[in-house]
Design a protein around this ligand. Structure first.
Ligand code: SF4
Length: 327
């Protein structure tokens, strides 16, 4: 892992202005991502993980969204301060994103073959024949049979699962420096999911690609991530190496997420949901935003926002209880 981070996000605040009020979807998030590293961002739906990735890609729709504060440094360059043209060029050449919904990236009017080869020819200077052979090999790598036939088809002729794999093949074939993958394997069956995770791992090792992996699935996190950040209601509540997060989760929310994962090795195959419901982001909640759901909440938790403290090297947590127990 190199010294200089590939990506540094500082105090990112992305708000949405709706009829119901202001939604601080991302509210002061910080993290670094190095080359050749996979960082997972985890949390329930609405925690701010997808808005974080859209903010990095410069794809937050304004209005209603707006990046109110922060820095997004890619190789030291602030992506929030560059022109739209420069951002488009970085997006095409160096940063790729795999979306949860493949039709966001695939053009319904163009064949799969055209869409796969176009980027390879434009960004990697390949000949038509080279681009075709590379595209077919990537389709095969993501487990697509009859790849030559698929190249001639249009997206509407394919199932959702196939379109998702095609999009993954397309993004991986471009060998980006930074890959943002937003729930990329959620719609795939377990075998194909494993295959895709292996390929992403290979991309990271061989090409030193930095991968930001957005997911609510902790099983996938354990298979792919080097480090993890846990978001709750727009804020980072815990960060650490994957081993630290799984072996010694400190924040009550992280504990709840891990306890909610079904344990397939145990006789007791039980999903234990985290008590309470995820708050509406427009709802004013003082102090720790997790306090209405936290079994350890005290008066201090209701009044004072907890600050992140380094509990052990590289393992940060924002919780009054952990702070008081480790004074
Ligand atoms: Fe629970 Fe308080 Fe910690 Fe928030 S700060 S997670 S309410 S113990």
């Amino acid at each position: 892992m190199s010294e200089q981070p590939l990506l540094q996000v500082h105090n990112l605040k992305t708000y949405f202005y709706t009829e119901d009020g202001v939604m601080p979807s991302v509210d002061g998030v910080d993290f670094d991502l190095h080359e050749g590293e996979t960082l997972a961002i985890v949390g329930e739906s609405g925690c701010g993980k997808s808005v974080t990735s859209l903010s990095i890609m410069g794809l937050v729709q304004c209005p209603p969204g707006k990046i109110e504060a922060g820095e997004i440094l890619y190789h030291g360059k602030d992506l929030l301060k560059i022109s739209k043209k420069e951002m488009r060029s970085i997006r095409g050449n160096e940063i790729s994103m795999i979306f949860q919904e493949p039709m966001t990236s695939l053009n319904p009017l163009l064949t799969i073959g055209y869409q796969l080869t176009e980027g390879l020819r434009r960004h990697h200077g390949m000949s038509k024949a080279e681009a075709h052979a590379t595209a077919v090999s990537y389709l095969e790598k993501v487990g697509i049979a009859n790849a030559e036939e698929r190249m001639k088809q249009f997206p509407f002729q394919l199932s959702g699962g196939l379109r998702q794999r095609i999009m993954i093949a397309m993004m991986m074939s471009l060998q980006p420096r930074l890959l943002i993958a937003d729930e990329p394997t959620t719609a795939l069956d377990v075998t194909i999911q494993k295959q895709v995770l292996l390929l992403l791992n290979r991309l990271k090792q061989d090409m030193k690609t930095g991968i930001l992996f957005i997911t609510h699935d902790l099983g996938v996190v354990a298979q792919i991530a080097d480090r993890v950040i846990v978001l709750y209601s727009g804020s980072k509540v815990e960060e650490g190496a994957t081993r630290q997060i799984f072996e010694n989760p400190l924040h009550p929310y992280t504990n709840g997420l891990i306890a909610a994962v079904p344990n397939v090795d145990s006789d007791e195959f039980e999903i234990r949901p985290i008590p309470g419901t995820f708050p509406s982001l427009t709802e004013e909640i003082g102090g720790c935003r997790f306090h209405p759901r936290c079994p350890y909440a005290t008066e201090r938790c209701r009044q004072e926002v907890p600050q992140a403290l380094e509990y052990e090297p590289g393992h940060f947590v924002a919780c009054h209880k952990v702070e008081e127990e480790n004074k």
